[in-house]
Ligand binder design. Structure first.
Ligand SMILES: O=C(O)CCC(=O)C(=O)O
Ligand SMILES: [Fe+2]
Length: 326
């Protein structure tokens, strides 16, 4: 490992004054204009909760394939439920043809919502879909819901810091994310018994689609790497007690490319360790309300992109990255 990504303590932003928040926002701004990846500490999320979701996820992925497949969602393209190996190639979203990623995953989202047309209309139902919880391990839904709620608390703070970093009113994003369509993923990269195909990785080089990704991962061989502006891949430590935050395409676009949605990948473990190294990561892919218009924050005439609707952008990315049916 050459150098790491910056570590930012956000505790002063969670508890402090506007001045404290502006100071933390400046720190975040500095790294987001460069690599778009940073580690946060002082986040206030109970490590027991993180550990509980991690061990629940490990127990789920250790189940027989037949049982895991019972958690495949009947709505084929929806970000809910289980997906087996061979379903997705993230690099396709960035126009890089690769074999499928060497991972399985389980998706979940918000568990309940008000009886209002935003959620219950035909359009709303494309984004607000009931979760399909596995029967085992017991308590999966409860721990996942608690974790999701903690991420919602944290991401609101992070988006307010994002607004401050762009000299916007602190609440600029609030009404664009108050009915967000965030899906979470438990990514499981199994032990590898055969050699990967050429260009095949745990997760191929890609950018994320949404606003901010909040990731909790394990530091084992075959982990996360990010590409620097200089074209060098650097290892990203994903300590189970911290979160790695990165910028997604929609936030890059919203900030008129001021903040960078950076390319990253999950590499394979070295051949001699591959048969005994598995890895789990937990990702919260924050995505605005489906009807939010993402319009570049730029002086008149300087916008690099036309406005796009959050939901349409998500659907386009899903179409690009899906390489096989369930
Ligand atoms: O597992 C990781 O560390 C990162 C996964 C990732 O980049 C993704 O799922 O988008
Ligand atoms: Fe990613």
């Amino acid at each position: 490992m050459t150098k790491g990504i910056p570590v930012i303590d956000i505790a002063p932003a969670l508890a402090g004054s506007l001045e404290d928040r502006k100071r933390v926002a400046r720190e975040i701004d500095h790294t987001c204009t460069e690599t778009g990846f940073f580690t946060i500490t002082g986040h206030g999320v109970d490590t027991a909760l993180i550990d509980a979701l991690r061990s629940t996820a490990h127990a789920f992925f250790a189940l027989p394939l037949d049982e895991k497949r019972r958690a495949i969602h009947p709505v084929a393209d929806t970000p809910r439920g289980y997906r087996a190996l061979g379903i997705e190639a993230l690099a396709h979203g960035n126009d890089r043809p690769t074999p499928p990623d060497l991972k399985e995953y389980y998706h979940f989202g918000r568990e309940r919502w008000p009886d209002e047309p935003y959620y219950t209309s035909a359009e709303g139902r494309r984004y607000f879909i009931p979760n399909l919880w596995p029967e085992r391990p017991e308590g999966f839904a409860a721990v996942a819901e608690r974790y999701y709620a903690e991420m919602e608390r944290l991401v609101l703070c992070m988006m307010r810091l994002t607004a401050l970093a762009h000299d916007l009113d602190e609440t600029f994003f609030d009404d664009k994310i108050d009915r967000h369509i965030t899906a979470m993923r438990l990514n499981f990269y199994p032990e590898q018994t055969g050699a990967p195909a050429p260009d095949q990785m745990r997760a191929g080089a890609h950018t994320d689609y949404g606003l901010l990704t909040i990731l909790n991962g394990e530091n084992v061989p075959g982990g996360l790497q990010v590409l620097t502006r200089g074209g060098e891949w650097i290892d990203v430590e994903t300590d189970p007690g911290n979160f790695v935050v990165n910028i997604g395409d929609l936030l890059m676009r919203w900030t008129n490319d001021r903040w960078v949605s950076n390319t990253h990948r999950v590499i394979n473990p070295p051949a001699e360790l591959a048969a005994k190294t598995k890895r789990l990561s937990i990702a919260f892919f924050h995505h605005p309300n489906y009807d939010a218009r993402v319009e570049c924050i730029a002086p008149p005439g300087k916008a690099k992109y036309p406005p796009v609707l959050s939901g349409e952008y998500r659907d386009l990315k899903y179409r690009q990255t899906r390489v096989s049916a369930a």
